[in-house]
Design a protein around this ligand. Structure first.
Ligand code: HEM
Length: 393
């Protein structure tokens, strides 16, 4: 007989932020979907269930009129289904083509990584969050979008303010003010370059949007650029740091990867499986449906915890272990179905082939800082918030 969604109340929100994995394991073992009171959301944590959900967008919609994303960023294709989603997705596709990535973006991203690692190489210790990963992710996204040059911190601040605004369910006035300010600043930055991109087509995302057939309307351009700023900066930043962390915590694996560079792509996949930069994203149930024996009522908001699914013991052996040599198996770190991450290939290249290999190549004997351990945080977004390291000068 089908059962209803169980409710869990005895979880501290802080524990979810500090280390969600024991909680994810408990939820996975309890039921296919569990209402977690402190998160105010029904969470789905099993690999097979999330895969099934992503194959059925008619029942599990990405379109959510109540979503704060719409309020803060405007009408975006990421929160649409079917034709409306496909038009927005097609409009940005030219910027993400494999040939464009290889010929246009790879040389630019290599130059950015070289500059940042040159700056590092004069010292013998640093926190890689602020000296490498955050500027790398910000400067490469700035170039891809087609913005004028600005300090990397500016784009990073906009990104954080938009993300905070989209998750501001407690209606904190200061968070809302900052999000609305960032939103206005992004609009102004777009206005400053849009005519140039229209008259001089180029591989940037803004150029793809404004020269698409049919061209994307201005409110769509603004909303979709905000989604890309909110969703294209933290994740590569966190993937860079997580990959470095996994290798530094496992010296034998590090030695293996450095001796056999063909392992880099597998190492990147393992890093984002192990600590998925996006741990959870939302869907809305459009009709009464049974998910593996649990009844989900029409209108229910659910959170797909890909960070939990990627540690599902029914899918991955020893799932909590970072292991670059595990047998190849698809994971859900880049999502699945129609909304599969548009930035997957560009991230695989930037993180797994450019910046992290260059870092290990250039900084000799890179190692964790003996006195200051790394700190990893978050569950909706998760990654190292500081990664202090040393190397031989
Ligand atoms: C390691 C890096 C990254 C990870 C782990 C990641 C993960 C994800 C995930 C899980 C989704 C699905 C979200 C949902 O369905 O609600 C997504 C969507 C998306 N990502 Fe990424 N992402 C990464 C990098 C990037 C980058 C660098 C960009 C842009 C330059 C980007 C652009 C997008 C876009 C536009 C979507 C929406 C796709 C759609 O709705 O059709 N991502 N990403």
């Amino acid at each position: 007989m089908a059962s209803t969604v169980p409710v869990v109340t005895d979880i501290a929100y802080q524990d979810l932020l500090d280390d969600p994995y024991p909680i994810f394991r408990r939820l996975r073992e309890l039921a296919p979907a569990v209402y977690v009171e402190p998160a105010k959301l029904t969470l789905v944590t099993r690999f097979d269930d999330i895969t099934r959900i992503e194959r059925d967008p008619a029942t599990y919609s990405a379109d959510n009129p109540a979503s704060l994303v719409n309020k803060v960023m405007g009408p975006t294709f990421m929160r649409k289904d079917g034709a409306e989603h496909a038009i927005g997705r097609k409009a940005i596709e030219p910027s993400f083509r494999p040939a464009t990535i290889k010929e246009h973006w790879a040389p630019q991203f290599t130059a950015i990584a070289e500059q940042l690692i040159d700056n590092l190489s004069v010292a013998d210790s640093a926190d890689l969050f602020s000296t490498l990963a955050a500027p790398m992710a910000s400067l490469s996204l700035m170039a891809m979008i087609g913005f004028r040059e600005m300090p990397w911190q500016t784009l990073a601040e906009w990104s954080q303010a938009l993300i905070d605004g989209a998750g501001n369910y407690a209606a904190d006035a200061e968070i809302e003010r900052k999000a609305m300010q960032a939103s206005a600043d992004v609009d102004a930055a777009i206005d400053a370059v849009l005519e140039d991109h229209r008259s001089h087509p180029n591989p940037s995302i803004l150029s793809s949007m404004v020269n698409a057939d049919p061209p994307m309307p201005i409110d769509g351009i603004r909303a979709n650029i905000k989604v890309i700023i909110g969703g294209g900066l933290n994740e590569p930043r966190d993937a860079i740091l997580t990959l470095v962390l996994g290798l530094l915590e496992n010296p034998a694996q590090k030695a293996d990867v450095l001796a056999r560079p063909e392992l880099w792509p597998a190492a990147l996949e393992e890093a984002v499986r192990w600590i998925s930069p996006i741990g959870m994203y939302p869907r809305r149930v459009t009709r009464d449906v049974e998910l593996s024996g649990t009844v989900l009522p029409e209108g229910l908001q659910i959170g797909l915890c890909v960070g939990a699914a990627n540690r599902d013991g029914n899918r991955f052996a020893a799932p909590d272990r970072f292991d670059v040599t595990r047998p190849k198996q698809s994971h859900l770190a880049f999502g699945a179905g129609p909304h599969f991450c548009a930035g997957t290939w560009v991230s695989r290249l930037t993180v797994g082939k450019i910046v992290v290999p260059m870092l290990f190549d250039r900084l000799r004997n890179l190692r964790l800082h003996e006195e200051t351990p790394p700190v990893v945080r978050g569950w909706v977004f998760r990654g190292p918030v500081s990664l202090p390291v040393r190397w031989d000068a």
